[in-house]
Ligand binder design. Sequence first.
Ligand code: GUN
Length: 345
Amino acid sequence: MAAAAVFFSSSALRPGLAPLRRWRALSLLAPWVDYSASSSPRSASSDEATIFSGTKLAKQVLKEVQSDVESWISFGNKRPHLTVVLVGDNPASHIYVRNKIKAAAAVGISSEVILRPKDISQEELLDMMVKLNKDSTVSGILVQLPLPDHIDERTVCNAITLEKDVDGFHIMNIGRLCLDQPSIIPATASAVWEIIKRTGIQTFGKNVVVAGRSKNVGMPISMLLHTDGEHERPGGDATVTITHRYTPKEQLKIHTQLADIVIVAAGIPKLITGDMVKEGAAVIDVGINYIHNTLSGKTELVGDVDFEEVKKKAGFITPVPGGVGPMTVAMLLKNTLIIAKKLIY
Ligand code: GUN
């Protein structure tokens, strides 16, 4: 937050700075701007975007969580404990869960993974939730999604007691989020919000495009950004346009070209290209796509943004990997601590 304050005071002294230049002013101050992530070393005259390092900002958030966990325990409270339920053998889900468990251990949150085969019945899963809800050693519960097709995810998310819902996917948490009331905010949306706020990106009165309307990602991000900054749970006061799979590409381009902030969570590699972005805009890539590189023969993780082209036009950009992903894990652990401390419910 301090960096953001310095950023604004410096730009206020130089009101004529174009957006691109202002991002650069921020980049000189913010330790989570990763020059090494750029394919070419940035010179002062370079016209490329500031590349945000989610890895660095996540480290800072995790340090804050670790310090809060230690202080919580030093007052005689129980160590927060996260239980993760992982169904089936989706390789990506296994990687995500491993990352969450590793990060939990690093901040002093104990955890366990309950593995179940993909043919587990919904009834068995719901019975497990009943037991975990009652288990006083468990402070937070996370059921890794997606679940196999024969299981209704909404029913399972609602079966986790509100008091242990670290994902913020329970219908009450979603409802409270939509009413601008304090709630557990889904980690990915929380990560995007935190990136925007901690880097000092202005949202008040700005145009934002959120490409993707999923209930767990696009929708909560849109909620946070369009809502009133003076409500119980303050929002971003932005004008938010939500686009989706049926938005014609030429319409999407019209919207993104007007946007000060483009947030992409569509699951489509290279959905956003250089010509779609306004000069100096902030581009936040939430995409997670595993693609097969025919040249290297390897599987690669890519986002939804044509990074190499968009960074020439944008003022600020988050890479994939190393952008929103690590911040999402950090915000999940922050949620786990909020739940353990009963700060909301
Ligand atoms: N699968 C992908 N992202 C998430 C997440 O944030 N929470 C859960 N439970 N499953 C996921």
